[in-house]
Design a protein around this ligand. Structure first.
Ligand code: FO1
Length: 316
């Protein structure tokens, strides 16, 4: 971390765990020093609207508007629109709340008017008082597809409609999207890159797979927070995916191996450091490991972990 100019921190995030670390980082750093690069592989069209779940989860979380218990959407929510859609026989497997709908309606309208997802996200964040910069990873569609033993599904159909019932053979991106210029510039300007405690396969890999991203990140100090705690994922199908795709048991070491040498440091839950094998970074140094409290159920826990990550990075 350069001692002179203010440190620029970039965090790659997807899902609920990633959003919570972003929340802590947004309280630990001045807004002009933090850029959040968010997965858009989960995006899809529903009720004729463009839905961007991971962007909304980070935006709502940083605005303190997220429904913490549900893990997505807005608190103080009602679902009267959904009730009417049910009466009309419309699709109800993906539940859009009434207040959440305002985000999807305006994002869809502004996309139709030719605004970019990046510009729209900035506009929504401005209205919600979110100071940190939230960047969708791309302004072009790059839907994550899930190949299972029973066929290939779009991400939300697999995760939500099918409840991730079928084992995943392969995760791939259906498109040739490019990272936005803003994303590439943010990584180039970063003093530190953080991988949130997100599912590597469906939340971080889609970002790393965009042309130019991985090679830029490889030149930076990278700290990842393990999404696996004591052999399990806090939320979602990651443990099973490590077994079926990675052919490995769910451990923080498997997460570090998955990122194949990109990491400079790894933050794991207290106790998980003891079982870590000796891991190397891409330039042949030993991977530095910090044991911390990585489960973030409260804003305070998110802030404490963010501060530990930043302090850990200072000494890398
Ligand atoms: N996840 C569900 O399991 N069921 C839902 O009905 C659902 C609705 C939903 C609406 C808006 C939104 O932004 C997210 C929503 N999610 C729902 C979560 C979503 O599938 C995940 O947040 C990500 O795509 C994976 O992290």
């Amino acid at each position: 971390m350069s001692a002179t100019r203010p440190k620029q921190v970039v965090c790659l995030s997807g899902g609920v765990g990633g959003a919570r670390l972003c929340h802590g980082l947004a309280r630990a750093l001045p807004p002009e020093q933090l850029t959040l690069i968010v997965n858009t592989g989960d995006d899809f069209r529903h009720w004729g609207l463009y839905i961007s779940p991971d962007v909304d989860t980070v935006m709502y979380t940083l605005a303190d508007l997220a429904d913490v218990a549900r893990g997505w959407g807005l608190a103080e929510e009602s679902f009267t629109t959904l009730e009417m859609v049910t009466r009309y026989g419309g699709e109800t497997w993906f539940q859009l709340g009434d207040r959440d709908l305002a985000t999807h309606v305006l994002r869809s309208q502004w996309l139709q008017e030719g605004q970019t997802l990046t510009a729209i996200t900035g506009r929504l964040c401005g209205s919600l008082g979110v100071g940190a910069t939230i960047l969708p990873m791309s302004d072009a569609p790059c839907p994550t597809m899930i190949e299972t033993v029973t066929g290939t599904l779009s991400f939300q159909r697999w995760l939500v409609q099918e409840r991730a019932a079928h084992d995943v053979l392969r995760v791939f991106s259906n498109g040739d999207a490019r990272a936005s210029d803003q994303v590439l510039r943010a990584i180039e300007a970063a003093d530190l890159v953080v991988f949130g405690p997100s599912n590597p396969y469906v939340s971080v890999d889609p970002i790393l797979a965009l042309p130019g991203v991985r090679e830029r990140i490889a030149r930076k100090p990278v700290v990842a927070v393990s999404p696996i705690v004591h052999g399990a994922a806090i939320k979602g199908p990651l443990a099973r995916m490590l077994q079926t795709i990675g052919k490995t048991e769910p451990t923080p070491g498997a997460i570090a191996e998955h990122y194949a040498g990109l990491l400079t440091g790894l933050v794991v839950e207290h106790g998980d450091d003891a079982s870590l094998p000796a891991l190397m970074t891409h330039d042949g140094h030993a991977l530095r490991v910090l044991a911390s409290s990585t489960i973030m159920q409260t804003r305070e826990q998110s802030l404490l972990l963010a501060r530990e990550v930043l302090q850990f990075a200072e000494n890398l």
